[in-house]
Design a protein around this ligand. Structure first.
Ligand code: GDP
Ligand code: CA
Length: 324
């Protein structure tokens, strides 16, 4: 059984950890073993101090590989920030992005391999050889795609400026409203090797509760990926990242507002119009109706492993039902 998921960072990684735990339990109980392929968002990627940083790929890799800092959901466990302090002493900018010492090693390896000519997909595979995340992790594209956000310049009243998504999100906490959100380079990007095959060959396609605009949205914006999901024979089951009109944690509502979409479980499903077969919503959203889509309500807060496993189990069961 082949399962393919699209994923951003924290929301995607947490769900995937529950999915792997549930699949392991089912295999233990005699079910057919399943392989999971994850197509990761790379539009949050940024170059800092000459190093290529891929926050979403790393969050998935560290979370599934046992290296994540649980308390924040990103970065390395047991992290120290000596290099950051030294950069600050030199007056280097930007310092609003948390680059820890351990994490830096990942970015150094990645940057060195890319400078030697390896595509990001090959680099990701090499990094995963250390972390053994238990999934095949493929970046959505080997080409560079970077989400930029147009905001009113906080320092120059009356002017707008375009900033990297990370600057809007991490530095400004998505407080200045986004006038537009643009995945720069996406039109010229191609799906990375293995992406289209993983969509076409899957028995189940899963959309975890990742940010529908800047995580899943950017993956689907890579030419060819949307069509491959729609054309796939496998049922597509999604998990709502919105519960009771709020994005649970983070500021995803600011992204939805920017594209003129209401922050509700039903409106997010609408963004996946034409591809979705099943949609899991929280119990508080049990009244959600989506045309042509099987909607199931259950607790969707990923508070701990057993809660997250239950969500993954519901996605597997709904997928099996839709396939059968
Ligand atoms: P990021 O790249 O680190 O922002 O992570 P993702 O894009 O993968 O996921 C972020 C989204 O996960 C947030 O916008 C939330 O809507 C969603 N999310 C976070 N925690 C939970 C949870 O416990 N349950 C559900 N249903 N969604 C969650
Ligand atoms: Ca992200």
């Amino acid at each position: 059984m082949q399962i393919t998921a699209l994923a951003g960072g924290i929301g995607g990684a947490r769900f995937l950890r529950g999915l792997l735990a549930e699949l392991a339990a089912r295999a233990e109980a005699g079910a057919e073993p399943a392989q999971v392929t994850v197509i990761g968002n790379t539009a949050d990627d940024i170059t800092l101090f000459g190093l290529r940083v891929c926050p979403d790929l790393d969050t998935v890799m560290y979370t599934l590989g046992g290296g994540i800092e649980e308390s924040q959901g990103w970065g390395r466990a047991g992290e120290t920030y000596a290099v950051k302090g030294e950069l600050a002493a030199y007056g280097m900018q930007p310092l609003w992005f948390g680059l820890g010492d351990r994490d830096l090693a990942t970015h150094i390896v990645r940057t060195q391999m890319m400078a030697a000519g390896y595509p990001l997909s090959a680099v990701t595979e090499a990094l995963c050889a250390r972390w053994r995340p238990g999934v095949r992790l493929i970046p959505m594209s080997d080409e560079r795609v970077e989400t930029h956000v147009v905001i009113d310049d906080p320092d120059q009243p009356g002017q707008t400026k375009a900033v990297h998504f990370q600057e809007w999100w991490v530095r400004y906490h998505a407080e200045p409203p986004a006038r537009s959100i643009v995945p720069i380079g996406v039109d010229a990007a191609q799906p990375a090797p293995g992406v289209l095959e993983a969509l076409a060959g899957a028995d189940l396609l899963v959309l975890p509760p990742s940010n529908p605009v800047v995580s899943i949205g950017t993956i689907l914006a890579v030419p060819g990926i949307w069509d491959a999901v729609v054309a796939a024979v496998a049922p597509v089951v999604g998990v709502s990242p919105v519960i009771g009109g709020a994005p649970v944690r983070g500021m995803a509502d600011a992204c939805l507002t920017a594209i003129g979409v209401e922050t509700s479980a039903g409106a997010v499903a609408g963004l996946y119009f034409g591809m979705l077969d099943g949609w899991l919503v929280d119990e508080v959203d049990s009244g959600t109706v989506v045309d042509g889509v099987q909607v199931r309500a259950l607790p969707l807060l990923m508070t701990d492993e057993s809660a997250t496993r239950a969500i993954a189990a519901a996605a597997l069961d709904l997928g099996a039902e839709l396939a059968g």
